[in-house]
Design a protein. Structure first.
Length: 144
């Protein structure tokens, strides 16, 4: 099955989002850090390089597929591994809720342009499943 033009566009935007974020977020960082923006980006770059260097050491010494959970268990033990696993679940839940809140806000703005008013809870319950169902219905069973 082939993707439609809109699906291809959505995939390309989703693919470039992580690399486009640093460029698009600069005005927001400038709003908070002011003239210290360059210093904030310098610290972030150094921190990213240090994390990458540490991960590189683990990948050289481990035959695991490379997930951080496996590295944490090998480096810090199973207790810290369980904590990191639950922290990851919490991060996924909080990210999903933040994305849903942003979606509800944008949907309210778009519906207001059309002259439609709806409570936020209704938008959050009805629109996300309706928007994702066509893609879930066509996905392979292994992707579900």
């Amino acid at each position: 099955m082939y993707l439609s033009s809109i699906e291809v566009l959505a995939q390309s935007i989703a693919s470039i989002a992580p690399s486009a974020t640093p460029a698009l977020v600069i005005p927001l960082v400038y709003g908070v850090a002011g003239n210290g923006t360059w210093l904030a980006y310098l610290f972030a770059t150094i921190a990213t390089i240090l994390v990458a260097a540490n991960l590189n050491q683990f990948t050289k010494r481990s035959a695991s597929p490379g997930n951080l959970y496996a590295f944490i268990i090998k480096g810090l033990g199973t207790d810290i591994g369980v904590i990191s696993g639950w922290a990851l679940v919490l991060a996924y839940l909080l990210t999903a809720s933040a994305v849903l809140c942003g979606f509800i806000d944008y949907a309210n703005v778009l519906l207001a342009y059309a002259g439609i008013t709806a409570p936020a809870i209704l938008i959050g319950i009805i629109l996300p499943p309706r928007a994702t169902w066509p893609y879930l219905a066509r996905s392979s069973p292994s992707a579900r």
